[in-house]
Design a protein around this ligand. Structure first.
Ligand code: PXG
Length: 289
């Protein structure tokens, strides 16, 4: 049986899962999304993803025509329809809907809800063991008063431009600074460094997506008795860090061992990073939310 995609309450075979070319999600990137993981049949942090989606919707004045519970049921139904009860990935999308040409979002039809369930592997197993090489890219993260990075919008060109720069530089990931020159985040992940006994990550006011994995790692580290700080980070701080790693739903925790040609400490994944990765993997096996 082929993959089925949910669109507005109905399931369509992958080949027939289509959206109008007049949808403002396509025409203007006007919409929002979430990337969610299902581990061993359990959807990880579903409530947190649903809350963030509704906040993104509120911020762009988009009405989601389902209650949070109805939307959660739709996500679960999509997994069941596809018999995806082991490890899988869920892409939840809400577009502005079908409208006329022209920016006005208020002439659009009801917003369109799409749920795709599939698999995702952003980095090879080898990179988790060896750690990845990152570069700081020229494109800065969106200014919060232009398009707030807290909104997980369908408009990802800011990150895509950064990704192009990192690929051109031959690196696995790009680190983006904000307009003030402080470290913001990766193109699709949050960043942490370890210095001495402290775990440090940029504060949300640095202009970042408030990652659900980020928040989970902050909680985990605090439980492990680590000192966790949300502090402004400079390029220098990254170069001289003891350890560095990235977090995200798709990547979980991945070590960074080189930044702009500088080896981070010995150039091997750090012990604290590997311990946190272990603890995170244990957590994904539990039915916590
Ligand atoms: N920053 C940005 C810009 C992101 O896009 C994160 C941080 C990490 O957030 P979470 O909540 O996932 O810990 C993201 C998340 C994909 C994909 O398909 C991208 C993300 C998550 C899942 C899948 O490329 N980005």
């Amino acid at each position: 049986m082929g993959l089925k995609v949910y669109i507005n309450g109905k399931f369509y075979p992958k080949e027939d899962a289509k959206i109008s070319v007049f949808d403002h999600g396509l025409l203007y990137g006007d919409g929002i999304f979430e990337g969610i993981r299902c581990y061993n049949g359990h959807i990880f942090k579903l409530n947190k993803h649903i809350d963030r989606l509704y906040n993104s919707a509120k911020a762009i004045a988009l009405r989601i025509p389902l209650t949070k519970d109805e939307l959660k049921d739709a996500v679960k139904a999509t997994l069941e329809t596809n018999n995806l009860n082991a490890d899988s990935y869920i892409r939840l999308i809400v577009t502005r809907g079908i409208g006329k040409l022209g920016l006005d979002p208020f002439n659009c039809s009801e917003s369109q809800i799409i749920i795709i369930t599939d698999f995702i592997e952003l980095y090879s197993k080898e990179l988790y063991e060896k750690g990845l090489d990152a570069v700081i890219v020229p494109t800065i993260r969106n200014h919060s008063e232009a398009l707030n990075p807290k909104i997980k919008s369908l408009n990802y060109l800011n990150n895509i431009l950064a990704k192009i720069e990192c690929i051109n530089a031959g690196a696995a990931e790009g680190i983006m600074l904000n307009k003030d020159g402080y470290v913001a985040e990766g193109t699709g992940d949050n960043i942490f460094l370890i210095k001495g006994n402290k775990l440090i990550t940029p504060p949300t006011c640095a202009g970042i997506l408030v990652g659900i994995t980020r928040n989970t790692v902050i909680e985990l580290a605090a439980k492990e008795g680590m000192v966790v700080k949300e502090e402004q980070i400079t390029r220098y701080d990254l170069y001289v860090a003891d350890e560095c790693f990235l977090t995200g739903t798709a990547v979980s925790i991945i070590p960074v061992v080189k930044i702009d040609g500088r080896a981070i400490s010995s150039g091997q994944p750090g012990n604290i990073t590997l311990n946190l990765l272990n603890k995170y993997q244990e957590l994904t096996k539990q039915r916590s939310d």
